[in-house]
Design a protein around this ligand. Structure first.
Ligand code: DX5
Ligand code: ZN
Length: 223
């Protein structure tokens, strides 16, 4: 499967959201990545349902909704009704993670769990077979434009090995500090979906940057 590129709306120009959504529609991007922050789980507040509805109005590609909020189970149905295709909840925010995963699936969405940089991948062992995706946070969640944490490579490799045994179709998404400098090594480690905020929106030509990120393949000498 060709890897997935999901530009993060957090880095878009909110005063020109329609223009930026149309740019993503016209590009080779696969998904819209939507970062919802509550100011409690993370030290930042981004946006909620009204902005999601505005994106949904123009987006012609699946919405990959990343919930950086406490008690995400309270809002799963509303995010599903607002047009989310994939819903990611944080392991660190869910007391009854198994139940929350089932709620996401019952709402008709693909279920995904995110791990903060300090959370080891083996905590997902008993739910891995139920998941469509795992999101590896390669920065501490809360802000765009941060520096990639190299330990993420080890986590991705470990997770891919775990998934090969029980869920070979698992999508491994990497979020934070992803760009042309590290995407090839991340694919090599076993990831196959990439969030890109700054890399795309700070580029002189975002459509071209998305095409460049999409074009990357692993060199056979690395295998
Ligand atoms: C960080 C968010 C990311 C962010 C990535 O908390 O989850 O999705 O937008 O931005 P960049 O690609 O700029 O690191
Ligand atoms: Zn995100």
């Amino acid at each position: 499967m060709k890897h997935i590129i999901a530009p993060s709306i957090l880095a878009a120009d909110f005063a020109n959201l329609q223009r930026d959504c149309e740019m993503i529609n016209e590009s080779e991007a696969d998904w819209f990545h939507i970062d919802v922050m509550d100011g409690v789980f993370v030290p930042n507040i981004s946006f909620g349902f009204p902005v999601l509805a505005a994106v949904k109005k123009y987006a012609k590609k699946p919405l990959d909704v990343h919930l950086m909020i406490i008690n995400p189970e309270k809002y799963i149905d509303e995010f599903a009704k607002s047009g989310a295709s994939i819903i990611t909840v944080h392991y660190e925010a869910c007391v009854h993670l198994h139940r929350t995963i089932q709620m996401i699936k019952a709402a008709g969405c693909k279920a995904s769990v995110a791990l903060n940089p300090h959370t080891p991948v083996n905590v997902l062992k008993d739910v891995l077979a139920d998941l469509d995706m795992v999101l590896i946070m390669s920065v501490n969640p809360g802000f765009g434009g941060q520096q990639f944490i190299p330990q993420s490579f080890v986590k991705i490799s470990e997770l891919r090995q775990m998934a090969n045994a029980v869920n070979p179709n698992l999508i491994i998404e990497v979020d934070g500090g992803v760009g042309l400098v590290n995407i090839e090594s991340l694919i090599h480690a076993g990831a196959n979906a990439f969030v890109a905020g700054n890399a795309v929106f700070a580029a002189p030509d975002p459509v071209e940057m998305i095409a460049d990120l999409k074009k990357v393949t692993i060199n056979t000498h690395q295998i």
